[in-house]
Write a protein that binds this ligand. Sequence first.
Ligand SMILES: Cc1cc2nc3c(=O)[nH]c(=O)nc-3n(C[C@H](O)[C@H](O)[C@H](O)COP(=O)(O)O)c2cc1C
Length: 175
Amino acid sequence: MRAEAEGRDVVESEFGAEALRSALGRFATGVTVITCRLADGGLVGLTANSFNSVSLDPPLILWSLSKRARSLEAFRSATHFGVNVLAWDQVEIARRFSQRVANRFAGIAFHEGEGGVPLLDGCVARFVCVTHHQYEGGDHLIFVGRVHTCSAEDKPALVYYGSRYAMTRDHPSDQ
Ligand SMILES: Cc1cc2nc3c(=O)[nH]c(=O)nc-3n(C[C@H](O)[C@H](O)[C@H](O)COP(=O)(O)O)c2cc1C
């Protein structure tokens, strides 16, 4: 049995990327598609679960992007980006925006927000952010955005836990 499966604490010199990824994957998250628009009008978007809130006043959020992502330069130079929080029935969108597909936006219903940012229809929440800060974060770049617009809808959200998709449901003790 692998160390992480045994529940034993493992120090940095002993754990490999797999053990770290496995432990980090036990933090249940929502699933977003982060988008931006290129200067030539092209659309950019990828699935990301590193999204989180930072501050209410001023309104700040963050997410991190792998330095190996093809979209790195697009987000580095984007003044605005969109955060689309996916609903339970948008799992195919999550898959599509994490895979090498010729045009990830083909057949996807969306409208434009501030800065021409693509906002996907049917999400549980949407944010348009202005890029506020970019920080080095090891093999990722951390983006902090200031929220300019937001919207929310009351429907079950898509969840990512243990490398699997799930969906929100009320806890039995909280009905
Ligand atoms: C559920 C899920 C969450 C992900 N979260 C992130 C993330 O937060 N940051 C990131 O850089 N990649 C993340 N990825 C991987 C990217 O979606 C994937 O590498 C994508 O192909 C990158 O697109 P690009 O190379 O066109 O930029 C995630 C993938 C999945 C399936």
